[in-house]
Design a protein around this ligand. Sequence first.
Ligand code: HEC
Length: 147
Amino acid sequence: MRILLLTALAVVFAASLGGAAHAQSADATIAARKAGMDLLAAASGAMKRTIDAKTDVKPLKGTADAIAAWALAVPGLFPAGSDKGATKASADAFSDPAGMAKASGAMHAAALKLSSAADANDAPAFAAAYAELGAACGGCHRTYRQR
Ligand code: HEC
């Protein structure tokens, strides 16, 4: 009887530990994707300032490459269970992984264009790709982020 009780307690304890670990990792995932989005906004702001200042876009190649890499990572940052908590991701971000991948793909394509325009120090091409990047942000947010 005593052993049975201890076993039952151990099972309940293990289950609650598992639950806590799960909630914790969902919170960490939410914090990581939001921080990544904030860095993305900062990177995009730096691009905009360079375009407006009409200075060399060449130094922004690394930033563009980082955005391209981030775009590939984004769809994996919305695992089941990370839909609850301090998140503004819409239900569609979890139920429509193909749509999320497509929206991230648009950001990836724009970032690759930014990268080659920066490499060539081609300011007009960079500005055109920047407009495409902005459209990719908005295109995804319209469906996959709550207002
Ligand atoms: C593939 C979809 C997608 C793309 C592309 C995308 N975002 Fe987001 N973004 C989201 C989602 C979903 C959220 C909400 C995340 C959450 O709250 O868990 C978000 C949140 C944000 C936030 C708020 C972060 C916070 O701290 O709450 C900012 C800022 C942001 N995005 C900027 C950008 C910028 C700038 C771009 C383009 C350069 C961009 N995003 C491209 C899906 C996207």
